[in-house]
Ligand binder design. Structure first.
Ligand SMILES: Cc1cc2nc3c(=O)[nH]c(=O)nc-3n(C[C@H](O)[C@H](O)[C@H](O)COP(=O)(O)O)c2cc1C
Length: 400
């Protein structure tokens, strides 16, 4: 199945019949093109980032449904082996849930939703990858016992997008999802949590302080992430639709890349807008959709390019390299961005470099030590037209 999904990268794939898993269908690739996000939110591709900025600024509490499709069937017994969870590579640590949204209540800030890859350990348990310092990790550190969780699988794009965002503490990601498109919620059966009513499958249980080896796993960078201890999740109840579709996601390919990268574009845009006028942001798939961004600005003062670089790094702390361009450069076209670097950028004038910064745990070239935030160098290229230079010298001719 993983290789079929790979061959259709960029398009949704629905498996109507899966050997040994009667009653289940499997879907992958729902989020594998920028156009699908635009379709789901009813905006052109170029307006996606503004739409997400608006939803982040004005979340709308989701309506509460009394009945929900995701609870049509309540499994009499928990057996994760009955779910068509994929193993993507022979050398992966095992079968991995990759498109699950984990919802919990932070004791201080309320509901939090985030993706966590989950390695199936046995019939009832997973080992989770929980990145240090993010919502799930911070919530778990606040409690001495188990933390109730719900893992929702088979979500629409608004919920998937919102779960990948990190809004300020106290902002419920499901309210951000509901501001993107109507996302009613329903109360879980065995835990005091609310989940998107229209998802396909919900695993209710507890995030524990017990740890188990998690990994190896091919991650966003298409390189192997190593084995670390991860907290164990115990599942106590499974609910799903009558004819459920299990949502799969092939790690490292386009769907993973867009879901990681696109939600960081609004936070970069908001940060850059604080220092100058930002007209577009794209996190590029070539930069693993996490480590590289292109920022477009309408330059109004000599230092705008430099200020935009610094702000972009604040807006997405895992960002490693950023290029800033003017409004006449198509940020979705890598050749145009490179053209701007070739014709507007001088390395000894327009390059910013930082040494030994906190960076992404996903970057194999960074320095990684157990229990310590990964460290990396960072770089920003100001490829905007130098201030005061005659614009005519930098303008691209039109051939038609
Ligand atoms: C497909 C996908 C898989 C992800 N896997 C993980 C993961 O295994 N562990 C993790 O900590 N974050 C993972 N993330 C990132 C978090 O979902 C993301 O950082 C989220 O914004 C964290 O939200 P929070 O800061 O509100 O907790 C993943 C994101 C996506 C889109």
């Amino acid at each position: 199945m993983a290789s079929v999904i790979y061959r259709h990268d960029g398009r949704p794939v629905l498996f109507n019949q899966v050997n040994s898993y009667p009653g289940w269908r499997v879907l992958a690739g729902l989020a594998s093109a920028r156009e699908y996000f635009a379709m789901a939110l009813g905006v052109p591709v170029g307006q996606l980032v503004q739409r997400m900025v608006a939803a982040l600024e004005q979340p709308v509490a989701p309506p509460l449904a009394s009945q929900a499709a995701c609870q049509e069937v309540i499994e009499p017994e928990v057996d994760l082996n009955r779910l068509p969870i994929l193993r993507h590579f022979a050398f992966d640590g095992g079968r991995y849930v990759t498109a699950g949204i984990l919802i919990l209540n932070d004791p201080d800030h309320g509901p939090n939703a985030a993706f966590h890859r989950l390695l199936q350990l046995d019939k009832r348990r997973f080992a989770a990858r929980v990145v240090e310092g993010r919502g799930t990790d911070r919530a778990l550190r606040k409690v001495s016992g188990d933390l109730p969780v719900a893992i929702c699988i088979g979500n629409g794009l608004p919920a998937l997008l919102a779960a990948s965002m990190s809004p300020p503490d106290g902002v419920n990601e499901l309210a951000v999802a509901n501001a993107l498109a109507p996302t009613p919620v329903v109360a879980c059966r065995t835990v005091p949590l609310y989940v998107p009513a229209d998802c396909e499958l919900v695993l209710e249980g507890r995030l524990t302080h017990t740890v188990a080896p998690e990994g190896p796993f091919v991650d966003l960078t298409e390189t192997m992430d190593f084995v670390r201890p991860g907290p164990v999740i115990e599942i106590d109840c499974i609910t799903h639709r009558y004819a459920p579709i299990y949502q799969a996601l092939l790690p490292g390919r386009l769907e993973h890349k867009y879901l990681m990268g696109i939600p960081k574009e609004p936070t970069i845009m908001a940060a850059v807008n604080q220092v100058c006028r930002c007209t577009g942001v794209v996190i590029t798939p070539g930069g693993t959709s996490w480590l590289h961004a292109v920022v477009q600005i309408e330059k109004q003062s000599p230092d705008d390019g430099r200020a935009a670089i610094e702000a972009a790094m604040r807006g997405h702390p895992s960002l490693k390299h950023v290029v800033v361009v003017d409004t006449d450069v198509d940020i979705f076209n890598p050749a145009e961005v490179e053209w701007a670097i070739a014709t507007r950028f001088q390395a000894d004038r327009d390059l910013l470099i930082w040494h030994d910064q906190p960076g992404s745990s996903l970057d194999p070239s960074a320095s990684h030590q157990p229990g310590r935030k990964s460290r990396t160098a960072k770089m920003g290229l100001d490829a905007t037209i130098p201030w005061g230079a005659p614009r005519a010298n930098f303008q691209r001719v039109r051939y038609a």
